[in-house]
Ligand binder design. Structure first.
Ligand code: SIN
Ligand code: FE
Length: 309
């Protein structure tokens, strides 16, 4: 998977100046399965916030889960409220709210070609060491996979994730796999059936209009044949040890203080080691793409010969 390194100043200047040509090139690289890598994050975290985030592990040893921030409800989950004083929870909430907002502000300009045709999804703080985590197969993040949300179908909207390694000294170590069409070809039609349209599609179509009009509210979407397939593909990749062994792998170490972004529903990825990362997810309208035909929903529809979402 190509990694495109972008200097922080170049990113910020192009975003501020609205350099349409440069911004379209970067968006196209992203859509084609590239990782946009900022060796120095263009979305710096205030020093005081960093101190609080890095102190989480020591202060709350009962912390086992990622901390999630839901911008649409301004809600923080995953913090052990019993062992954390109310002020500490409120402080963390404010930090995550700031982080989410600042990533949205940056990408609003950096991804100007999309004109914010997205739903701002959850942000997360990942304070747990990734190496050697004891998780069930489907929850493991150290096995190559493409992302799909079991309870939040995207109905063809793309999953874009912006990360920040806030560990002061250690890299976050990733591996990425083959391009999406090749992965799909590996699993279909032998191991997985291609998605097929069903009668529920017509009804599911109604969610879209409200999604774009409600300024970040995530509507209750039905799972479409597209979502069904993407969920099956996620599971099939993680559960197939032969695939895990033979597929192409590229290793990458994201430096302390760096950021990167990637369409994780199409780029097979896994995290092997690292601790303390921030992440913000966007669900992006496939029709807003610079290269709409590369959106996975379009790729699958071409293979299936039918509308899937
Ligand atoms: C994942 O999305 O699979 C995990 C990525 C990370 O936490 O670095
Ligand atoms: Fe993932």
């Amino acid at each position: 998977m190509p990694v495109h390194a972008i200097a922080k100043e170049a990113a910020l200047n192009a975003a501020k100046d609205g350099d349409a040509e440069k911004l379209r090139t970067w968006a196209a690289q992203l859509e084609a399965g590239g990782v946009l890598y900022f060796p120095q994050t263009p979305v710096p975290i205030p020093i005081a916030d960093l101190g609080v985030l890095l102190g989480q592990k020591q202060k709350h040893s009962s912390l086992h889960k990622n901390i999630a921030y839901k911008p649409n409800r301004d809600e923080l989950t995953g913090v052990d409220a019993k062992s954390s004083p109310a002020e500490a929870v409120e402080q963390l909430h404010a930090i995550m709210r700031r982080y989410s907002k600042s990533v949205e502000n940056f990408l609003g300009e950096f991804l100007a070609p999309y004109q914010r045709r997205w739903v701002l999804d959850y942000a997360s703080y990942r304070p747990i060491e990734e190496q050697g985590r004891d998780l069930s197969t489907r929850k493991r993040n150290d096995l190559l996979h493409t992302d799909a949300f079991p309870t939040r179908p995207t109905k063809g909207w793309r999953i874009l994730r912006f990360f920040h390694n806030i560990h002061p000294t250690r890299t976050r170590d990733w591996v990425t796999g083959d391009a999406f069409p090749k992965v799909v070809g590996n699993f279909t039609p032998g191991k997985l059936a291609l998605p097929r349209p069903d009668g529920a599609l017509a009804k599911a179509g109604k969610g879209l209009a409200s999604a774009t009009g409600l300024g970040g509210l995530v509507p209750q979407w039905k799972r479409t044949p597209y979502d069904e397939f993407m969920m099956q593909l996620h599971n099939a990749m993680k559960e197939d040890s032969e695939f895990q062994g033979v597929c192409t792998k590229e290793y990458f170490q994201f430096a302390p203080g760096s950021s990167w972004m990637v369409y994780t529903e199409t780029v097979p990825h896994a995290v092997l080691a690292g601790q303390y990362a921030l992440e913000q997810t966007f669900l992006v309208d496939p029709a807003a793409m610079v290269e709409p035909e590369l959106a996975p929903v379009r790729v699958l529809e071409k293979l299936a010969g039918a509308r899937l979402a």
